[in-house]
Ligand binder design. Structure first.
Ligand SMILES: N[C@@H](CCC(=O)N[C@@H](CS)C(=O)NCC(=O)O)C(=O)O
Length: 211
């Protein structure tokens, strides 16, 4: 049975990141759209799959999994030989990958979210949060991607929040002239065909939804 991806029709947030991994690895899948505005993720049937009632969720031939990062890890491991590895195999490489994954989730994402929240309130506490990106600038001066010289799903995780910060709040922290290595990395991520395909699909979907 083909893998099912439960996602919001907006293809935003974690759903977008799972879509990217599916595309990067060319994994066959089908969409199951869940309309959050109609509380379709809170039905008893959906809550049996995801007790917190959120998307994304995958159903891989009866194996149900939720949480964006867990889904991406599962897909990258299951389809290790399809397309780019996206998770390193060696012990030390894997440890560095986990290090980068922790930094993204524990340090950088909360900082970006704080910038977004402060932008909404009109306070913009950017100096504190930019310090974390300055550390990224140093790391990316030594290696091509966040976990080493090959792209991994950790790089893709960064696409979850920052693009919306730029498009919705007009805050572009990712291509500052003071951080050339960071900017090079970010532009490489945005140039990946899977990202372009997702943008085209989102554009198409929003046209269809507006009609
Ligand atoms: N930690 C979860 C967060 C998932 C999440 O927040 N999903 C949102 C859509 S982007 C959702 O389903 N919201 C509906 C709700 O929480 O009721 C993940 O990474 O998958």
């Amino acid at each position: 049975m083909v893998l099912k991806l439960y996602l919001s029709p907006l293809r935003s947030g974690g759903s977008a990141i799972v879509l990217l991994v599916l595309r990067e690895k060319n994994i066959p899948f089908e969409y199951v759209f869940v309309d959050l505005t109609k509380k379709e993720s809170k039905t008893p049937e959906f809550l049996r799959m995801h007790p917190f009632g959120q998307v994304p969720v995958i159903d891989d031939d009866g194996f149900i999994l939720y949480e964006t990062r867990a889904i991406c890890r599962y897909l990258a491991e299951k389809y290790a030989a399809h397309g780019p590895a996206l998770i390193p195999m060696g012990l030390k490489e894997r440890a560095r990958f986990e290090q980068a994954a922790s930094v993204e989730l524990a340090n950088v994402l909360p900082a970006l979210i704080k910038v977004g929240q402060e932008a909404v309130k009109g306070t913009r506490g950017m100096p504190v949060d930019q310090a974390k990106l300055d550390v990224y600038e140093v790391i990316l001066g030594q290696q091509k991607f966040m976990a080493g010289d090959e792209p991994t799903i950790v790089d893709l995780f960064h696409l979850l929040y920052a693009p919306g910060l730029a498009s919705r709040a007009g805050i572009d922290l990712m291509t500052q002239a003071s951080r050339p290595n960071f900017t090079r990395w970010w532009n490489e991520l945005l140039a990946r065909p899977a990202w372009a395909k997702l943008q085209a699909e989102k554009e198409q979907a929003s046209v269809v939804q507006k009609v």
